[in-house]
Ligand binder design. Structure first.
Ligand code: CU
Length: 144
């Protein structure tokens, strides 16, 4: 009689241990999945951080950019500005509150770069050479 009770107790204890192991294994799976998702998200964010965003002025010297609707990934991006014309232009990027986040040199017939730490949102870019923005040298930069 006493032996049988001991056996039952042992079986019960084993059962509890199995449950505890199962619960433990389950939570390990959850946390490892979360960790994998987190690290892949971080990887893609930092990969996007190295993106180069290209702006180009009208090759014929018009006061215009080739693209006025530009998109970029959020991160610490390189702003590349290509001005193949002999008319001086630059690219200035402003956030929604009018704060300047990037500005290239004024160049002619060459390419220049600047860097910008871009957060998701909508920005305005324009040429700061007097009269050019007024003539239509501006556009929208959408950062995602
Ligand atoms: Cu210009």
């Amino acid at each position: 009689m006493k032996t049988r009770l001991t056996t039952l107790a042992a079986v019960a204890a084993l059962g509890l241990a199995a449950l505890a192991l199962a619960a433990c294994g389950g939570s390990d799976d959850d946390s490892s999945t979360t960790a994998a998702e987190t690290s892949s998200a971080e990887t893609s964010t930092s990969a996007g951080g190295g993106e180069t965003v290209t702006f180009e002025a009208d090759p014929g010297g018009q006061l215009a950019y080739v693209e006025t609707d530009v998109s970029a990934k959020a991160g610490n991006d390189t702003i590349e500005f290509d001005n193949p014309s002999s008319t001086g232009h630059d690219v200035v990027i402003e956030d929604e509150s009018g704060g300047e986040v990037a500005k290239t040199d004024v160049i002619t017939d060459s390419t220049t770069t600047a860097t910008a730490d871009l957060q998701p949102g909508t920005y305005t870019f324009y040429c700061s050479v007097p009269g050019h923005r007024e003539a239509g040298m501006e556009g929208t930069l959408t950062v995602k």
